[in-house]
Design a protein around this ligand. Structure first.
Ligand code: LLP
Length: 418
């Protein structure tokens, strides 16, 4: 459920804000996020786990705008980060470092040092080489680093190959068969403190079953480790819960979290979640204006002012996102269009074969753009990145200004004259 709905006047609103007005005022392409939707999604996870010990670590990569992070930090959220940059964003947004988990396969020495200085909750370690590195850095700093090992439970999450992470052939985690012996190695390292066990099996999963299968496998491992004197205090089940883009019917966060929690009954384990998309995707839309309609013989194109540099998911993953008019009452001829951007690439499309009643100048919203939208934007074709707005009831706040042309070459310089 989100707070982007048509009201009686036939216009699309974000909470109580008329999105057409925001587009007129701030220009397009324009990202708009809804505070109430972000909060609702976060609470859905939090309420489902109830009194059981848990930590919700929002995956910063999904949408790292400071205002988004701040809204979640105010709720008491933790954060899942994958770089020093993301940790600095969390701190700048008022987030609590002691609720931060640090994921990722390639943590640099300076990133490990900084995370240790900030006293993060845990490092999710993805290889033996990384264990060795963290142990060395912690030793040099006179510290003990809290760690979890990210175990790859070899589960087919049935998602797009680019975003499935739990299979053997993926670069992520440590194969489950090797996990026990690697935990032993970690236990022997002086400057590491074993705190948890971690996994993340993929993204945009639309069933609970693969998560439960992973948890079952991990609980077997936790018991085997306990028998060996290695005590796991928290189980991090990663992120990956899917959302509805089209006609998918992913489980509600409540159902997902309750079922995982049920597996942990009777155990003294803190449950950690790392949801990104499930919190942010449907909390955002991308507004764009139709520049031209171009009826070709084979296809008709609606050329809009948003492009793959603003939202790359369709081009990169053939992802489908709904495209809807901001004003349903406008009477226009209907036709089937490929909705494309102005970038010089055939792959630059936002949606294909969409039936739309539009004419030049009309405004459209691309739905479910709150996660992996702006964060994946680039300046390709020297296009300034879009502005971002957060609506809160009937108020709208600019949370990132539109880039200026001079921002495009900030930091660049010419060679000296010879
Ligand atoms: N934790 C880890 C270790 C992850 O790698 C990810 C996402 C998450 C949590 C959050 O997953 P989520 O709850 O958002 O599914 N750009 C792609 C998605 C890439 C996901 C990468 N990892 C897309 O636009 O679909």
């Amino acid at each position: 459920m989100d707070y982007f709905n048509y009201q009686e006047d036939g216009r699309l609103y974000g909470e109580a804000c008329d999105l057409s007005r925001l587009a007129e005022q701030h220009g397009t392409p324009l990202y708009v996020y809804s505070r109430a939707t972000l909060e609702r999604h976060w609470h859905a996870f939090d309420n489902a786990v109830g009194d059981a010990k848990h930590l919700i670590c929002y995956a910063v990569k999904a949408n790292s705008n400071l205002a988004v992070l701040n809204v979640l930090a105010r709720l008491g959220s933790g954060f899942d980060i994958v770089s020093k940059g993301e940790l600095c964003r969390v701190l700048a947004a008022g987030g609590d470092a002691s609720k931060v988990v640090f994921s990722g396969v390639g943590k640099r020495v300076d990133e490990i040092e900084f995370a240790l200085e900030q006293n993060i909750f845990c490092f999710n370690v993805e290889s033996v080489a990384e264990l060795v590195r963290i142990n060395e850095v912690a030793g040099r700093m006179g510290r003990k680093a809290p760690i979890s090992i990210r175990v790859n439970p070899d589960i087919d999450a049935g998602t797009h190959p680019y975003i499935s992470t739990g299979l053997k052939e993926n670069k992520f985690g440590i194969p489950i068969e090797q996990a026990h012996s690697i935990y032993r190695q970690a236990a022997a390292m002086e400057h590491l403190a074993i705190h948890g066990l971690d996994c993340h099996i993929g993204s945009q999963l639309t069933e609970v079953a693969p998560f439960l299968e992973a948890v079952d496998k991990l609980l077997v491992l936790i018991d085997a480790l306990a028998a060996d004197g290695i005590h796991i205090k928290h189980l991090d089940v990663g992120g990956g819960l899917g959302v509805r883009y089209d006609d998918e019917t992913p489980p509600e966060p409540k159902v997902y979290a309750e079922q995982i929690k049920a597996k942990l009954q009777g155990r003294d384990l803190t449950l950690v979640f790392e949801p990104g998309r499930a919190i942010a995707a449907n909390a955002g839309v991308l507004l764009t204006r139709v520049e031209h309609l171009k009826p070709n013989e084979a296809k008709s194109f609606a050329i809009v002012d948003a492009a793959m540099n603003d939202l790359i998911r369709p081009a990169l993953y053939s992802a489908w996102q709904a495209i809807i008019p901001l004003d349903k009452t406008l009477e226009r001829p209907s036709a089937v269009y490929d909705v494309v951007g102005p970038i010089c690439e055939t792959g630059d499309f936002i949606g294909k074969d969409r039936e739309l009643s539009i004419t030049e100048g009309d405004l459209l919203a691309v739905r479910s753009a709150g996660a992996y939208g702006f964060v994946m934007a680039s300046n390709y074709n020297s296009r300034p990145r879009a502005a971002e707005i957060m609506v809160d009831g009937d108020q709208a706040f600019v949370i990132r200004e539109r880039e200026q042309l001079t921002d495009l070459w900030r930091g660049e310089s010419l060679l000296p004259e010879s």
